[in-house]
Design a binder for this molecule. Structure first.
Ligand code: SAJ
Length: 407
């Protein structure tokens, strides 16, 4: 194997490319975003992630290259976004299709195209195979096709890249085993080889499982609130049962995975995906539920001015700088629509201005509000909990153990 071309240098493609390069594989990373490629070529990473800078430095020392061009080589790893269409709920494969089209323009016969992006079951058959065939290639003879969905969690990506188990879906065992060997250059977890459709489905199922389980915790939070029971204590006690493991309620489910993938199943199997749809609706309703609680808590404390209420945390979860599908942004949107006014917000990981009332200094944020709504469980707020004294605190993430308002 001469070298690999990783196509798409985002949250998954970049660390994956760096990991391969750090383990001695010759890597060229391609992204059509010139600004992103320029940033990487200037020696800077494009997002914050534990251990990413060190991995980046290591990969650079091993000669990784970044470019906007697609190169002619034996293995392509396509790692581009796969959004869903908000109306039909089905996957929108446009980025995968356009990346594969670009690859087809340069790839030699015998090359293997690995799709890492999460896709709904059947996407590769319906959208990727035709692109390859339209270019005159016979799949399995001229071009090999593989699906190798990733499983890494933002916040612990570098560790999980190395230690998680992986799935490789391929048309033939031989090609599956070849790509397994490639990933085994850095992956110490078990690598299961299966067919493409099974790999597509199992990845979507993993995230759907988690969505449903979070929805259960969120529904319990609503039930407990309606009848004055402590949901956290109930979950803590129930989890003592050896076969019960309830997740934690929160202000909603964000990120570009768990809040998206279950929609693929709802879109493709309407009428069959019932629990999945209900779970999605429950999780999507949480920002509105938080808003109701904010109103109640404001009333109880005689706070009438919404501009004196501030949101702590804009990212979709703790200790990452990713705001995709963040419940905080959904809440801000609802607050603007229902309550009007300028709402203060602060996040130690976000400096880019995302809302009008955003304040980039924690002291200034605290000075400007009487009520703090904790939306994200950053380590920063756990370490600075004492500084919230004197404020009305609504802790949607259950990180402050004092007498504060909860979901
Ligand atoms: N959340 C809760 N309660 C919980 C756990 C999470 O409300 O008990 C919320 C989080 O606050 C967040 C959202 O759910 O808003 C999702 O966060 P997460 O940390 O559970 O997962 P992601 O979206 O960051 O990453 C997931 C992971 N999938 C699974 O755990 C099954 C990761 O392994 C996948 O690689 C990733 O999706 C992906 O790319 O698909």
């Amino acid at each position: 194997m001469s070298r690999i071309n990783v196509v798409g240098l985002g949250y998954i493609g970049l660390p994956t490319a760096l990991m391969f390069a750090s383990h001695g594989v010759e890597v060229v990373g391609t992204d059509y975003n010139k600004e992103l490629v320029d940033t990487l070529n200037a020696g800077k990473t494009t997002f914050e992630e534990e251990g990413l800078s060190e991995l980046f430095a290591n990969a650079l020392s091993k000669g990784i290259k970044f470019t906007t061009e697609y190169i002619s080589t034996d293995v392509y790893i396509v790692s581009v976004p796969t959004p869903y269409d908000k109306a039909s709920k089905k996957i929108d494969p446009k980025y995968v299709v356009s990346a594969v089209k670009s690859v087809m323009e340069v790839c030699p016969k015998g090359a293997t195209v690995v799709i890492e992006s999460t896709v709904s079951p059947g996407t590769i058959d319906r959208f990727v195979r035709p692109v390859i065939e339209e270019n005159g290639f016979v799949i399995g003879e001229d071009i090999n096709l593989v699906h190798a969905p990733e499983r890494i969690i933002p916040g612990n990506m570098v560790y999980e890249l190395e230690y998680n188990s992986r799935t490789i879906g391929a048309d033939s065992r031989e090609i599956g085993e070849m790509i397994k060997m490639l990933y085994a250059s850095f992956c110490k977890g078990e690598i299961v080889v299966t067919d493409i459709r099974t790999a597509e489905m199992s990845k979507v199922v993993e995230n759907t499982f988690r969505d449903i389980n979070i929805a259960f915790a969120n529904e319990l939070a609503k039930i407990c609130r309606s009848d004055n029971m402590d949901v956290y204590e109930i979950i803590r006690i129930a989890n003592k049962h050896p076969r019960v493991n309830i997740l934690q309620p929160g202000p909603g489910v964000g990120g570009h995975c768990i809040s998206v993938d279950p929609w693929f199943l709802v879109g493709d199997y309407p009428g069959l995906a019932n629990i999945i749809l209900a779970a999605r609706k429950i999780n999507d309703s949480m920002p509105e539920f938080v808003l109701e609680r904010i109103r109640e808590i404001m009333d109880e404390n005689g706070i009438t001015d919404i501009s004196r209420v501030g949101l702590y945390g804009l990212t979709y979860k703790e200790d990452v700088d990713d705001v995709r599908e963040s419940p905080s942004l959904q809440l801000l949107d609802s607050m603007r629509r229902h309550l009007g006014g300028k709402i203060s917000a602060y996040d130690p990981f976000v400096t880019k201005k995302l809302c009008e009332g955003q304040i980039n200094d924690f002291d200034e944020f605290l000075d400007s509000v009487d009520m703090v709504v904790i939306m994200t469980a950053h380590t920063h707020i756990k370490e600075n909990a004492a500084r919230l004294k004197g404020k009305v605190v609504f802790d949607t993430k259950n990180v402050i153990f004092d007498d504060v308002y909860k979901l």
